[in-house]
Design a protein around this ligand. Structure first.
Ligand code: SF4
Ligand code: SF4
Length: 210
């Protein structure tokens, strides 16, 4: 799940300065589940913008906001879009760019995109993946050392852990203790004997995958 949070209204209004007629888009997937761009949030944003003197020409919940062909089709028939001067997107950065790529109108993000995370419960998320391009979970007991170890270590702990917590952030469990315990429980501690080479950061730098 992509996790994002809504920007402050003051920042949104600053972006929309000089634009009076606004069209809003939300997203049916992550933004709806995590409540940063579903029906409710779009309706709330529409009301807030109206209170601030803007005219809302229409709204649509894109299904989802990150599939270009679908967005193109849905925007083409969205009532109220033609009358708008700008689009405010309540989705993640990906959804926002997909909308921007399929319209000539100026497009603005209503949200700050934070990370790929797990939903522990409504409103509580845990960062679990940095989309590094070379997944290590197969030998780490399903716990990501790149994301959940503050130093991204691949060959065991740094030695700074105290009472099972990370020395960088004592609020967080030391990822390497979690990895050790998970592998021990599975009888797979031998996986830690292999020396792991430094990560190839080129794998994380890509603009498109065919
Ligand atoms: S190793 Fe890379 S791809 Fe796998 S979970 Fe961690 S950050 Fe994500
Ligand atoms: S204490 Fe554990 S999680 Fe924190 S940086 Fe060291 S090895 Fe990584």
């Amino acid at each position: 799940m992509i996790i994002a949070k809504q920007k402050e209204l003051a920042e949104i209004l600053q972006m929309l300065e000089g634009k009076q007629r606004i069209f809003l888009t939300g997203c049916s997937q992550c933004a709806t589940t995590c409540k940063f761009g579903g029906e409710e949030e779009v309706a709330r944003m529409a009301a807030a913008l109206k209170d601030a003197g803007k005219e809302i020409t229409g709204t649509v919940i894109l299904d989802p906001s990150c599939i270009s062909l679908k967005v193109k089709k849905d925007l083409r028939r969205a009532p109220g879009l033609q009358e708008a001067e700008a689009i405010l997107v309540l989705a993640c950065g990906d959804g926002c760019q997909t909308v921007a790529g399929n319209t000539r109108l100026p497009v603005y993000p209503a949200n700050d995109t934070l990370f790929i995370g797990e939903v522990e419960r409504v409103g509580r998320f845990k960062e679990v993946c940095r989309a590094c391009g070379s997944c290590e979970l197969g030998w780490t007991g399903g716990i990501c050392p790149v994301t959940r170890c503050a130093k991204g270590l691949l060959n065991g702990p740094c030695g700074g852990s105290r009472d099972g917590k990370c020395e960088v952030d004592p609020e967080l469990d030391c990822a390497w203790i979690l990895i050790y315990e998970a592998l021990k429980e599975r009888g797979e501690l031998d996986k830690l004997r292999q020396v792991r080479l430094p990560r190839d950061h080129r794998k994380a730098r890509r603009l498109a995958i065919n």
